[in-house]
Design a protein around this ligand. Sequence first.
Ligand SMILES: [Zn+2]
Ligand SMILES: [Zn+2]
Length: 297
Amino acid sequence: MSDPYQVLLYYLYTPIENPDKFAKWQTDFCNEHDLKGRIIIAEEGINGTVSGTKDSTEAYIEETLGLLETSKMEFKIDSNNGHAFKKLSVKVRPEIVSLHLSKEQGIKPEEITGERLSPEQFLAEMENEDVLLLDGRNKYESDLGRFKGAICPPVDNFRDFPEWIRENFSDAKDKRILSYCTGGIRCEKLSGFLIKEGFNSVAQLDGGIINYGKDSLAKGKNFDGQCYVFDQRIGVEVNSTNPKVITACRRCEISTQRYKNCAYKPCNLQIFICEKCESEKGRFCDENCQSSACSAK
Ligand SMILES: [Zn+2]
Ligand SMILES: [Zn+2]
């Protein structure tokens, strides 16, 4: 029997005239249909991920497309054996993702964005030695999994990209840049930003890593590890061609993809820790966090 629940991931840059009204409608609909997750609405569009039964998620897709009067929004759908979120959060923000640029400097993807590559095109170009693969996500995401050979900026937040690029990446302006992120939404702005900064040849992976993993031709090829997702699953498999685990337990160095937060609350660092170490030593980074947690009791 197939799983009765589904997890949706979606976004669309499209003008939303009254974000508050739209948010209220989304909240009511999700509550009525027991949908949980995170939805961000702005005048520039919608960005969301929700879980619910197959029937509820399908009703949500139909209603949302109807309300936005579009058929352009693509939903990435995973089956799951229950909710992937504990609660529902619907927020109205100035932007659906933000590089924290001033209003004048802000990137509008419908005006400026990198060339969109399908998963097959992306794979074909990736195998060319002259290209630079740029991971458009945070470090804690690329730590769990990334494309072979990708440049993974050590940033904790998307808004840190402009500074990192200006300081560390400016000499790559004449290179062919291929950017990628989870579902494509961040690259729409990041690639636009690169073009504005004077990069000559910028492309982005359309639909992101998630779409790349589902593509029947690319089949996730050359993606090592798992793709970080912002729900209880933490990581999802991508590569069904040449998969490889690239992470190891912080304490015993055995290969593992278990990604947890250090149980010493003031630390809370996200760490790779195997089941055995967690059961024997607790879910801690190291002995310091372990003893601090014990003495705090
Ligand atoms: Zn271990
Ligand atoms: Zn710790």
